[in-house]
Design a protein around this ligand. Sequence first.
Ligand code: ATP
Ligand code: CA
Ligand code: CA
Length: 436
Amino acid sequence: RVLVGTKVDENHANWTTAYNMLTGIRVSVSRTNAKLDRPLTDADFDAKQKSTFDIAGNELVPSAKYDFKFKDYAPWVFRHLRALFRLDPADYLMSLTGKYILSELGSPGKSGSFFYFSRDYKYIIKTIHHAEHKFLRKILKDYYNHVTDNPNTLLSQFYGLHRVKMPYGKKIHFVVMNNLFPPHRDIHTTFDLKGSTVGRNYQEENLEKNPRATLKDLNWLRRQRHLELGLQKKQLFLQQLQRDVRLLQKLKIMDYSLLIGIHDLRKGNEENLRDKTLQVFNPGGAGPSEEGFDPSSVLMRTPSKLESARKARELRQMIKAERPIPMEQTSDRMPDELAEGQGRGGVFYNDDGGLRATHDDDEPGEEVYYLGVIDCLTHYGMIKKIEHFWKGLSNDRSQISALPPDEYGERFIKFMSGITMSADEAERDARDREAA
Ligand code: ATP
Ligand code: CA
Ligand code: CA
């Protein structure tokens, strides 16, 4: 079974949902951003703003193609988060809301989430469970404080939390977050690492069919891979990872992964992705049920630089003037300048949007890593206790993935520290082990 990322247009089964998501974002985000900035209050963390869309529209809500309700959660908090992550409000709206908006990635893995990429590939919309949604609201303040104190955090960057309610009552919760992988670089190998070995294997025989599948811990170990960061970046990286994991432990979160995409500079890009093709990656690569997914390409149109600049300027003026932004205004073109460097602060995203491998002698390496901690909304209480019980009956307890959060975090850090080393260190390590 080969599933490809598909462009979501009028003929797509999820077109209406996607349209509603993006229309809701467009209206509510521009509404919040049009106001004068102000400091956050405690109430902002619990706030929610409801809008009702219909074909007629009114003075508050422009008309939409379909009837639906939209909720924007903690709009001011996310406005501040987007600013902390250095996103430009107009660019954010431009990227997310357009006619050839999204590509949908495969269908749910074991979690049931859907993934959509913005057409410029910078953002991911992930539908989430109600429990994850409630949990994110609960921890939002801790998350916000952590991001404020840790400008280099490796945790997923959340830019918005929303809900669409369809006319027949179905509710869809979703987050907008950073895509760790760049629009303009081929990712040659992807790993989703948890620090566990049980069930953490991708059958390498299938790689031929599925050359860009997401590999796991056992594949990493078998290939004797390591993250080569040089002494300084290694220290920075491990320190930040520890601080991030401390937060996750405190919040009783587990099941997260370190996602690593590797661009090999020796291989370069097979084609000029930015001109016509956007690479789509495999979601749900972490569970057992999604191994059939295949990455693929989605065709996109690229606008002229001039036109993009004009659109971005118009959009900024509209936001300033508090005018509702019509759909056409944000449609079908994406600004070129977006593809370049804007947004995503932090030292780990500085080398071409990623982190350049470095040898111990500080010579630059041949790879660029794109990495971060993903899937960090699973509270231990949700489902894992049950899983832990069942798995614990049959496997070595310390090796199963559903450990309590403290142990999960310790194992995670230990694994990541163990793989962050230079080629020399790795060799020495291997020799020592042989000698012992
Ligand atoms: P499960 O709970 O079964 O692991 P999930 O639906 O919660 O799955 P995630 O683990 O969040 O999904 O993500 C699955 C895959 O999607 C990842 O292994 C990765 O390949 C891709 N992915 C997820 N988040 C990102 C991101 N921020 N940037 C790039 N790729 C991502
Ligand atoms: Ca996962
Ligand atoms: Ca998950």
